[in-house]
Design a protein around this ligand. Structure first.
Ligand SMILES: NC(=O)c1ccc[n+]([C@@H]2O[C@H](COP(=O)([O-])OP(=O)(O)OC[C@H]3O[C@@H](n4cnc5c(N)ncnc54)[C@H](OP(=O)(O)O)[C@@H]3O)[C@@H](O)[C@H]2O)c1
Length: 280
């Protein structure tokens, strides 16, 4: 398959700090460290310009090597990584960031996220203060959080005056997060969805399959279009090259009102797949 000829979906969104970020990126959770290099290089050659990794994914070295192998200048790639829970705390955060940047082999990371609030440790406020320092010193371009609830966002904003550019949260048609998204909007925080395809479970849903058949698209393309049309930044993961290309080819069609209403009705109070941010 010639992945270099894949159709592109390259819309950019503006973060509250003025920097731009691709709305559609490529996630590498559960990508084996030995496979990350080739997979990321292929994803970039296919047209992705944003990669989402984390210290906890244990593949930062492969991701950085894949960026270098891709043939696309590193400055053209938007790279996100995340601070793991055990590294929370002011000094530990500064050291953990340096270690991530070293593993990635990059001078700067575009976006650094606090992976979870981990409220049991009660270190997320001082951790956020270290994030603010990393940004002030130009070591990281933009700073944000992941899996934060309103109570956690209110505390870091209240105690530092610095609002994260985005909150990366579990979000897919079975778990639509309307209340948290409304909170984000009132604070100028963008929403980024993780497990946007519901870890592939949602792709077998009859409603999604029906809409896909109607438009002559795949279920994954329908779900990704649904995220993008709502202004959500999203990072589907694919280790299969066919899926990788499929997930970029989401331009040239639109979901109609009936499609949007049918997908809205899939929201399920028990639709959450991942852990609870209050206790994880
Ligand atoms: N911040 C957090 O706490 C957090 C938590 C979880 C995930 N994330 C991020 O979000 C990213 C995405 O989430 P995720 O990896 O959990 O799940 P996901 O993107 O919702 O789903 C990935 C699954 O869907 C399959 N898939 C992808 N494209 C497909 C297509 N076109 N047709 C059929 N199947 C397709 C993949 O199969 P193949 O791999 O076989 O192609 C894989 O099994 C992660 O990689 C990570 O970067 C963040």
């Amino acid at each position: 398959m010639d992945i270099t000829n894949a159709p592109l979906e390259q819309a950019l969104v503006r973060l509250s700090d003025g920097h731009m970020m691709p709305q559609l990126g490529f996630g590498v959770f559960k990508v084996d460290p030995g496979e990350a290099q080739a997979l990321v290089a292929d994803a970039i050659r296919a047209g992705y310009r944003a990669i989402d990794t984390a210290k906890a994914y244990d593949n930062e070295e492969g991701v950085g090597a894949g960026v270098r192998d891709s043939g696309v200048p590193a400055e053209e790639i938007f790279l996100t990584t995340k601070l793991w829970n055990e590294d929370q705390g002011y000094d530990k955060t500064l050291a953990a960031y340096d270690a991530s940047a070293r593993r990635l082999g990059l001078d700067t990371v575009n976006l650094y996220l606090m992976h979870w609030p981990h409220p049991q440790a009660d270190l997320y406020v001082e951790t956020w203060k270290a994030f603010v320092r990393l940004q002030e010193e130009g070591r990281v371009t933009s700073i944000g959080v992941s899996n934060f609830l309103p109570e956690h966002l209110e505390r870091i904003i209240g105690e530092t005056g610095v609002t994260p550019v985005l909150n990366q949260i579990e979000l897919h048609p079975k778990f639509q997060q309307h209340a948290l998204r409304a909170f984000h909007e009132t604070h100028g925080i963008l929403t980024e969805s993780w497990s946007p395809l519901g870890q592939a479970q949602i792709l077998k849903d009859d409603t999604i399959v029906g809409i896909a058949d109607k438009h002559g698209k795949t279920p994954a393309q329908i779900v990704i279009r649904w995220h993008l049309d709502q202004g959500i930044i999203t990072i589907p993961k694919a280790s299969d090259r066919g899926h990788m290309v499929d997930n970029l080819a989401v331009g040239g069609f639109a979901l109609d009102e009936a499609d949007m209403a049918a997908i809205a009705a899939l929201d399920d109070p028990n639709g959450k797949i991942g852990p609870d941010p209050k206790t994880f």
